[in-house]
Structures are given as structure tokens and as C-alpha cells.
Design a protein around this ligand. Structure first.
Ligand code: ADP
Ligand code: ADP
Length: 237
């Protein structure tokens, strides 16, 4: 369970980007976060893992108060939060397998990956997630040989291999065509159900969100203006 309590973010300049955002996301639930550009969607996602430091309010992951953690505590907590990005953030000249292992092994392990010394248990986990996302035939390809949809599948596998409790997903389909976007959204929702992960998916495309998620949260000017099932959104708008 992810709990945000009165989360507020004020950047140095300008109005608050987030004001008093409270939200509970139970394990297994995918929240589609929608709202116009500048509404605070990226800020919300980045406050959860403290890539952006909240000005006030709290983020809890289970019993853990993420906002109260020291730097070293935060590093550990981030292992429980898988990140998936719009532009995939893969290392282009590494293989699919190496990209996925870099998620399992973290920063230090990333250099181990360069040295080709992989703990067997991590390799086994990587194979399992690569099979789940449908990339078993591509494990040795370099990231820069893949299509956009395949690249995002690597991004998903890299997030899953660290066995997180939570997925933070920032515009996962913004660089993909409509059909691939649907495949990727379906995959994200399915793996969250299978592994009982809570997820927040920042998604520009409202129709796509409505197609796949069971709960939509609408942000406007840093505040929650809608929270409910997708089929009640049209009536509220
Ligand atoms: P969204 O993801 O919904 O487009 P953002 O979270 O990126 O919204 O932005 C919310 C508000 O915060 C906007 O007004 C934006 O200009 C502002 N903002 C975002 N990042 C920064 C930053 N690093 N410094 C100052 N203002 C920022
Ligand atoms: P978009 O959502 O249009 O792709 P973002 O809102 O994510 O773009 O902004 C891109 C980068 O610029 C982010 O790192 C964000 O934090 C930063 N940013 C956004 N608005 C501002 C702002 N008003 N001042 C400073 N940095 C900003």
C-alpha cells in the first residue's frame, strides 16, 4: 500500500506544483494519473521516490515513512520502487539482459554487469521477467537494435527484476504508436495484478487510461479534482 498524506511541493519559483495531495493505492491497484500539462503529474511521481523533495506532507510505503528516511535509507527504499520512463532510459550499447540486470544489481552492480560477473540467481530472475514481457528471443540484442515497444518491455523487465512493491510509471506510451501503447498498458496492468504491485501511471492519453485502469486520479493545478473508476470520468468532466 502506498499512502500520500497532504503532499505539497513548492518549487523555488512560482505557485505550488502540488497542494495537499492525499491518496492511497492498495497493492495490486493501478492508478492512472491524468491532467493537463503542468498539472503536477511528474512532480507527484517524483515526490514519491524523492527525486523531487516534497515541501511538506508524507509518503508511506507500507509502514515505511519514505519522507523521513536518510539518504542511505532512501537508497534501500528505492529498490522497492520500480521506475518506468517515457524514453525507456536504457543503456544503448548494452544487451537486453545487461540492461535488465542493471535494475537488479543497482548502481554498483551496474559496473559488475560490465565485467560480466552476474550472480546466477539474478540471471535466473532476469530470464523469468524477460520471459514474462515476451523478450526471451532478444536477450542478447543490444538495446539500440530494438523497436520502441520492445525497448519499453525491457524497461518494464528492468523495473520488475528488482522485485518492487510499487511501480512509478511516467508517460510509458508517449513515444509509441497506438497499438503498441495498448499492448504496453495491458502488460503493465497485468503484471501489477500478478505481482500485487501498487502503481501510479502518469498518462497523457485519457482514452488509453480509461481502457486499462480501474481507477483514475485527475490532477489540475496541483490538486486532485477527480478520483474514481474510469466510467464515471465522462460524467464528471
Ligand atoms: P505535469 O507533469 O502534469 O506536466 P509538472 O509536475 O511537470 O506537471 O509541473 C507542475 C508545475 O510545476 C508546472 O507549473 C511546472 O512548470 C512546475 N515545475 C515542474 N518542475 C519544476 C522545476 N524543476 N522547477 C520549477 N518549477 C517546476
Ligand atoms: P513535459 O511534461 O512537457 O515533457 P516536464 O514538465 O517534464 O516536460 O519538464 C521537463 C523538465 O523541466 C523536468 O525536469 C521538469 O522538472 C523541468 N521543469 C518543468 N517546468 C519547469 C519550470 N517552470 N522551471 C524549471 N524546470 C522546470
Amino acid at each position: 500500500m502506498l499512502t500520500l498524506s497532504r503532499l505539497t511541493k513548492r518549487y523555488a519559483k512560482g505557485d505550488a506544483a502540488l497542494t495537499d495531495v492525499s491518496l492511497e493505492v492498495p497493492a495490486g491497484q493501478v492508478v492512472g494519473l491524468i491532467g493537463p500539462s503542468g498539472a503536477g503529474k511528474s512532480t507527484l511521481i517524483r515526490c514519491v521516490n524523492r527525486l523531487v523533495e516534497p515541501t511538506s506532507g508524507a509518503v508511506r510505503l507500507g509502514a515505511l515513512d519514505v519522507t523521513a528516511l536518510s539518504r542511505s535509507g532512501l537508497r534501500k527504499a528505492r529498490r522497492r520502487m520500480g521506475m518506468i520512463f517515457q524514453e525507456y532510459a536504457l543503456v544503448e550499447r548494452l544487451s537486453v539482459m545487461e540492461n535488465v540486470l542493471s535494475g537488479r544489481l543497482g548502481y554498483v552492480g551496474f559496473w559488475r554487469a560490465f565485467l560480466r560477473r552476474f550472480p546466477q540467481a539474478d540471471v535466473d530472475r532476469a530470464f523469468a521477467v524477460l520471459e514474462r514481457v515476451g523478450l526471451l528471443d532478444h536477450v542478447d540484442k543490444r538495446a539500440d537494435e530494438l523497436s520502441g515497444g520492445q525497448r519499453q518491455r525491457v524497461g518494464i523487465a528492468r523495473a520488475l527484476v528488482q522485485e518492487p512493491d510499487l511501480l512509478l510509471v511516467d508517460e510509458p506510451t508517449a513515444s509509441l504508436d497506438p497499438k503498441t501503447s495498448r499492448q504496453i498498458m495491458r502488460l503493465i496492468v497485468e503484471v501489477c495484478a500478478e505481482r500485487q504491485l501498487a502503481a501510479i501511471v502518469n498518462i497523457h492519453d485519457v482514452a488509453l487510461a480509461q481502457m486499462f485502469v480501474e481507477r483514475i486520479v485527475g490532477l489540475k493545478a496541483g490538486r486532485i479534482v477527480f478520483d474514481g473508476p474510469p466510467d464515471t470520468l465522462d460524467a464528471a468532466a
